[in-house]
Design a protein around this ligand. Structure first.
Ligand code: TA6
Length: 306
């Protein structure tokens, strides 16, 4: 693999801006650098593992037991759930959240501009689906690092039949303590409560976390903000394109213990998932030759008013 890294560096590296290397988690990664900000993305799953904006610490959460060389999807960062979200609708042999989190994506492009650095990963469904998927599609994942971080997942239906696409950029944010965390922008929005048979409810005010939360909100492209009052009011703005739903998830203590890869007891208190998605009733029906882009853009707000 070191020869592959050398070759990627030769073909696609940009000195001081786009580098390739080996993560201590056990797999190849791309490192992006722009004006003091950095990001790291694993080739396995095209999974963002780290985002450190200039003069700020790590914004993403990684399980303390995260590995890139295991069989399971790495818990943390920004997993790519594609071409379905959650359990497969009809085939329980299929993996949850699709089949692209544990396969190597190809790096096809890199770029370094004055204010940004980016990398493009590509994958064809026929390369990745081990249990078979009755459609053909190509996926492109573009990560762009500037003052913020933008992740775009583009799907093209390259086959002869239409299919229903559900997906998510399943982002794990690092927080001081879940008890002091709020998600703003979903007031009066309806949501499906996955912990209560997908009961349909309405959100009142900011979303706070005092127990397991697993909800699919009809966010309809609303601008959101994750505020961590326990970490000097750190506030991350979350913008989206091509998404009408947002998933909020914290497993809390019992589910975290059952998952087995969340790390030590209490680790769940230091994370929250805010997932830019097409999930629940937000299903994309993609005709042959058509494309869809799902985009999440994260930026640090310097004050509570931004
Ligand atoms: O997005 C929330 C969710 O669907 C939860 O129900 C939980 O399953 C979580 O994703 C993690 O899924 P994973 O397959 O990564 O364990």
């Amino acid at each position: 693999m070191s020869r592959d890294i050398d070759r990627l560096t030769e073909l696609l590296g940009v000195s001081g801006r786009v580098g390739f290397g080996w993560s201590p988690l056990g797999g190849p990664i791309v490192r992006l650098h722009t004006r003091g900000s950095t990001a790291e993305i694993a080739l396995r799953g095209a999974q963002v593992l780290s985002w450190r904006p200039r003069d700020r610490g790590e914004q993403l959460w990684l399980s303390p037991v995260a590995r890139l060389d295991g069989d399971a999807a790495l818990r943390g960062g920004i997993p790519v759930c594609w071409p379905w979200f959650g359990p497969h609708a009809t085939d329980n042999r299929q993996p949850s959240h699709g089949f692209v989190r544990t396969v190597m994506w190809r790096v096809t492009e890199t770029a370094a501009e004055s204010c940004s650095a980016s990398v493009v990963f590509a994958l064809e469904s026929r390369e990745a689906s081990h249990l078979g998927w009755p459609h053909q599609a190509g996926a492109l994942l573009t990560v762009s690092l500037g003052d913020g971080l933008t992740v775009a997942l583009e799907t093209e239906n390259s086959g002869p039949t239409s299919f229903e696409l559900t997906q998510a950029l399943h982002t794990y944010f690092s927080v001081g303590d879940i008890a002091h965390v709020r998600v703003e922008g979903l007031d009066e929005r309806a949501y499906l409560d996955k912990l209560d048979g997908n009961a349909r409810r309405v959100q009142h005010g900011d979303v706070r976390f005092a127990q397991e939360v697993d909800r699919i909100y009809d966010s309809d492209g609303a601008a959101l903000a994750l505020t961590d009052d326990g970490a000097d009011g750190r506030r991350i703005r979350i913008a989206s394109e091509g998404s009408a739903s947002t998933v909020l998830w914290n497993p809390w203590s019992e589910k975290a213990a059952r998952l087995g890869d969340m790390g030590p007891a209490g680790a769940y208190r230091t994370m929250v998932c805010v997932e830019t998605a097409n999930a629940g009733n937000d299903v994309i029906r993609l005709a042959p030759g058509r494309r869809h882009r799902l985009v999440a853009t994260y930026s640090i707000a310097d004050s509570r008013t931004q």
